[in-house]
Design a binder for this molecule. Structure first.
Ligand SMILES: CC(=O)N[C@H](C=O)[C@@H](O)[C@H](O)[C@H](O)COP(=O)(O)O
Length: 229
């Protein structure tokens, strides 16, 4: 069966609907309603964290999805779908894309990303793989390993990318990335205005994921509060 994801989201917005246990909206019911609002606005896809949230959003919207399972391990800084165990659990929901962190850092139990890709392909041949990367070196590694989608999700969130923002210098990093990789690029991380979304599409990104600026009211309200501090 052909995976519908890449055709469905081309040139379109994907909305990330996530709230971790320590966030005010932590609830599969609320995330499904967030996803409903995103769909009503015209979003073509949804990104979500955890098997329960993914299932609730699948039932609510029927939209194609990127699934992740954020999991902390004591022996590794890698937390987005870090091991084969989480990859399997997310893929078993039937989600179109499973995303995992590709930041060149040691993974839990010293699992290797190349082995994970190989194993995942054998077990889930119809599910696409997205790499959540931070810097060029790791994006190129993901491209080489055959990830179907190169994401910029982790830019600014690792020691190697500390202080960097995808929008710096009119998306200079993204422009270089688009030149160098062979697989579709999905811009994600700190795309917090409609103008930035539009620019990423203009530059040639396959699609763009927007999260907090749409679905994290604590983050949105704080920006307003900060303006009058
Ligand atoms: C670094 C990390 O944990 N990123 C997570 C990845 O799934 C999410 O918390 C982000 O909300 C998502 O990437 C979208 O980005 P933004 O919310 O900036 O639009």
């Amino acid at each position: 069966m052909k995976n519908r994801f890449l055709d469905a989201v081309k040139g379109q917005l994907i909305v990330s609907c996530q709230a971790l246990p320590d966030e005010p909206l932590h609830s599969s019911f609320i995330m499904a309603r967030m996803a409903r609002a995103a769909k009503m606005a015209g979003a073509a896809g949804i990104r979500a964290n955890s098997v329960v949230d993914i299932q609730a959003i699948q039932d609510e919207t029927g939209l194609p999805m990127i699934g992740i399972a954020k999991t902390d391990y004591p022996d590794s800084p890698v937390f987005i779908t870090p091991t084969m165990k989480e990859m399997r659990a997310v893929a078993a929901t039937g989600v179109e894309v499973v995303a995992c962190q590709v930041t060149g850092q040691p993974r839990p139990h010293d699992e290797k990303i190349a082995d994970i890709v190989k194993q995942f392909r054998a077990e889930f041949p119809n599910t696409l793989l997205m790499a959540d990367t931070d810097i060029m070196e790791n994006a190129l590694m993901a491209d080489e390993l055959g990830f179907d989608i190169i994401g910029t999700t982790m830019r600014g969130y690792t020691p190697a990318s500390k202080g960097l923002n995808i929008a710096d210098d009119d998306f200079a990093y993204l422009k270089e990335l688009l030149q160098k990789v062979h697989h579709p690029v999905v811009a994600e991380g700190k795309i917090d205005t409609p103008a930035k979304l539009k620019r990423c599409i203009e530059l040639g990104c396959h699609s763009v994921v927007v999260g907090g600026a749409i679905t994290r009211p604590l983050e949105i309200a704080s920006r307003f509060i900060d303006a009058i501090k």
